[in-house]
Write a protein of this length. Structure first.
Length: 83
């Protein structure tokens, strides 16, 4: 396994709920520094893995927002019925 294969596997194995967008940004910044130092472009698999993780994090955010919206709606209905 090459270094890039190891990096790809590490990115692919990230847990979106744990790393979050800030952590993913740090990973991307580190990869950009690595690419600049080696004077080679980032492997397309790495970019695809980063895009996949970003999508997973965004999906979790939408789910959390949807849950919060449902809770707020239920709270409003309960408040209206209790008046």
């Amino acid at each position: 396994m090459t270094n890039m294969d190891e990096v790809y596997q590490a990115i692919h194995d990230l847990e979106p709920a744990v790393i979050g967008l800030e952590g993913l940004g740090r990973v991307l910044a580190g990869l950009a520094e690595l690419a600049q130092a080696s004077e080679q472009p980032l492997d397309s698999r790495l970019l695809a893995a980063l895009a996949e993780q970003t999508g997973a994090i965004a999906d979790q955010g939408r789910v959390r927002f949807g849950i919060a919206q449902n809770v707020a709606t239920a709270a409003n209905r309960t408040a209206q019925h209790s008046r």
